[in-house]
Each structure stands twice: as C-alpha cells, then as structure tokens.
Write a protein that binds this ligand. Sequence first.
Ligand code: FAD
Length: 451
Amino acid sequence: MPEKSSLGEPKRPKRPRGRARLIEGKCIACGALCQAECPADAIEMNDRGEPIIILENCIGCKKCVKVCPAAALEMFFTPEEEAVLAELARLGFAKEAPEKEGPVPRVDQSYRGVWVFVEQQNGRAAAVSWELLGAGARLAADLEVDLCAYILGHEIGHLAEEAFAYGAKKVYLVDDPILKNYRTEPYLKASSDLIRKYKPEVVLMGATGLGRDLAGAVATDLHTGLTADCTGLAIDKAGRLLEQTRPAFGGNIMATILTERHRPQMATVRPHVMPKPEPVSGAHGTVVVEPLDMSEDEIRVKVLEVREDEGAANRVDIAGADVLVSGGRGMQGPENYRLLQELADVLGGTVASSRAAVDAGWMPYERQVGQTGKTVRPKVYIACGISGAIQHLVGMQDADLIIAINRDKDAPIFEVAHFGLVGDLFQIVPLLTKRFREMAGKPSDSGNQKG
Ligand SMILES: Cc1cc2nc3c(=O)[nH]c(=O)nc-3n(C[C@H](O)[C@H](O)[C@H](O)COP(=O)(O)OP(=O)(O)OC[C@H]3O[C@@H](n4cnc5c(N)ncnc54)[C@H](O)[C@@H]3O)c2cc1C
C-alpha cells in the first residue's frame, strides 16, 4: 500500500534526480565544457580531455548533459531509483514539465534578397567575391529572390560588369574617393547605410583580412549575427533561414548555426572553399548608385602612404596552386621534403604540409593546409604521410582529385581520397616521380630513395 498524505491522498515519493555518466566513445574532448558548467565540483578531466564523474559529488542537475556538444553525457538511475520513478508514473505524477524556451520573436519579413560584398583593391576584385556569387546564386534560387552584389571603392564601375558575368542580377555601387583605400569607418558606414535601406536577408563576405574586419563591424552596427569561416551554406526554405555550417570545438564537430531572430543573416567564407562559377560574358543587370553620406573630416584614420608588400612576390601561395604535394608527420623530418619537391616539380605543383609538420618546424606556416592554415581547392592533392584529422580535411577535402599515400590502411585520409596507396611513402613517392618523369619525357633520377 502506498503511503498516504494527511489528506488521504497517496504521498508523492521524492523524484530521484539521477547522476551523470559518460557514454563511451562519444566524447570529442571539446575543451572541458562540462567541467566548467558543473556547479558541484563533480567532474575531473583525464589526460585525453574526457570527463570523469565523481558520483558522490554529482547533484543530478543535468547541466553537464545539456552543455555537451556531442551528447556524450546522460543521466542514469540506480535500480532503486528506477523503482521510485515507476511508482511515480503509476501514481499518475507527470514527469517534470520540460523547460520552456522563450518564443522566437518574429523577424522583420521585409528583408529580402541575397547580397555578396565584392571586395576590391585598386579596382581588382578578390576572387573569393566571385566564389561567393556562385554560392549566393544557389541560396537566392532557394529563396526565390535576386542575387545582388555591392561594391565600394573609387572608380570601380567596371566591376559591376564582372559581377553580372558571375551571376549578380543587380549591383549596388558606392563610388567615392574616400573609399579608394580600405578603412573600416567609411566602409562600415557605406555598408550599413545600404543594408538598412535595401534590407537584404543574407549578406556574404570573404573571410579575408578586409572581409573579417568589415563583416564584424557591420554585424555589430546592425545588431545581427555573423558566422565566420563557413564551409557550407544552405537554405531552410520553410523558415527562410541561412544554414551556416562551420567547424566548432577545435574542428571536432561541424556546427550549423542559424540567425533566427535578426536580419540580415551574415556569414563569411574563406577563399577557395566555394567553387568559382564560370563567367558568362555579356551578362547584364541593374546598377543602383548610392552616395556615401560621409566626409573625410569624420574619419579618424588617414592613409598617408600605401606600400606594396615586397616579399609577397616570393611568398608561396598554396591556396592558388593547381597541384599540391603535401606531407605530414609521416615524412619523419624536414630533409625528406625534397622527395615531395621532386614530385611537385615534375607535376608543376607546390609542396604543402599538415600542421604536425609545421609544429615540428619542418615546414613554414604558409604551407599549412587546414582549419588553422589555408583552405585549398587544387585540381590534384597528393597527401603523403598525413593521417587525415578533421582539421586537415576541412582544408582540402574539396580538391578535385585526392590521392593519399599512407602505410596505415585505416587512416581517415582514405575516406576522402579518390585513390589510395597503402604503403611506405619513401618507396612510393620516388616511384611516382620516376614514372611521371618518364611520361613527361624527362630523364629519370633514381637516387632519391631514402636509405
Ligand atoms: C584547433 C586545432 C586546429 C588544427 N588545425 C590544423 C590544420 O590547420 N591543419 C592540420 O593539418 N592539422 C590541424 N590540427 C592538427 C590535427 O588535429 C592533426 O594533429 C594533424 O593534422 C596531424 O598531422 P599529420 O596527419 O601529419 O600527423 P599524424 O596524425 O601523426 O599522421 C601521420 C601519418 O603518417 C603515416 N605514416 C607514417 N610513416 C609513413 C610512411 N613511411 N609511409 C606512409 N605513411 C606513413 C601514419 O600512418 C599516419 O597516418 C589542428 C588541431 C586542432 C586541435
């Protein structure tokens, strides 16, 4: 017989809260978010960055479960607690009401259209702008709106024609001597004024030095969200929401971020992440010219002199290379990169590397491919002695052809490779070089194999 209360009703047993536990194999070592959230000092971290729950301290608050980005924690109950829960259910005591989230406020539905900021210097557009017009065209088609470009600068009218060729239907131009060289204040003013007036629902910018500076300033000024360094963009048609996908928590997960409550939805994308569309010559569209409502006196930053970066010509540009021969920790030392250089030379390519090789001091940072290095989209990417960690893959997985050489047949790089060679790179790379040399009709050099 269940216990009775003073009113003769069955007494409600205390609902057990349970305790947290780790689900094996699911922790992504995100950086101890669970430990930071725990109010009861019930979590310690092991060497692999995974939580150890101290059960006697756990108060069953579920905060760690809620904050875990990988759903790697759950609540569990002892058999006695399970019995109490069953009894509660039998007595008809409903489960705790789920916590209510505030209603999502309605966004301003007058915002319409997809805009791409066309970044330019000295009247030459950054290629990422055209890549973004390619991506923007798909978003605009899904939203059934026009794809527009906006261009700021001085004597930049010719870029409107280029923007039409790459898919823009309308171009907003602000052409003023004040905008000749990039400065945050006037570019911010011109951007915000245009966006406030014409209300695009999506604004995309390149994640270049200039684009990162401008996008952050504009999003702050317009009180809207900004997702930096997106690797994927799509549209949730029902909600007219831009799905902005990017690596999160050190690249261990891909997060899709929504700007539900504010407009415009703003995102930056790194160069070479999106394919550049083929230009259509003779394409036409509408040009809307707007003035810059700002005078030089209002701008605190003055450009006194513009100096060209003299070292730039000698710098290696792995992001622009068609063929990359890339080496990782499997190269075993800097001296062995000459094997990759020889293969790259015969293919007309460039040598790149993983971060492990950069961290070891074998290769300079400018050659690093990946999340904290460069994003590349070559025609051919040959990965030698690279395991294929997610942070590396996000930087190269869109290459047209990926060839991986690794002695571990289970290396994750093979999951993205079109061709995989399982074996010792010190044997395989010189053989490839020799074969390609023969195919190119060049004399072969057989003294390359590591002893
Ligand atoms: C926040 C963050 C950002 C990061 N950013 C980047 C980034 O931008 N770029 C990046 O690359 N990494 C990045 N990393 C590091 C990444 O997680 C990996 O540690 C790194 O990519 C591993 O480099 P690797 O593949 O060269 O080395 P390893 O993972 O050690 O792999 C070496 C591979 O070489 C193979 N091998 C060894 N000897 C031979 C041989 N003789 N023949 C054939 N195969 C051989 C092995 O089987 C192994 O698969 C980042 C990590 C974090 C946490």
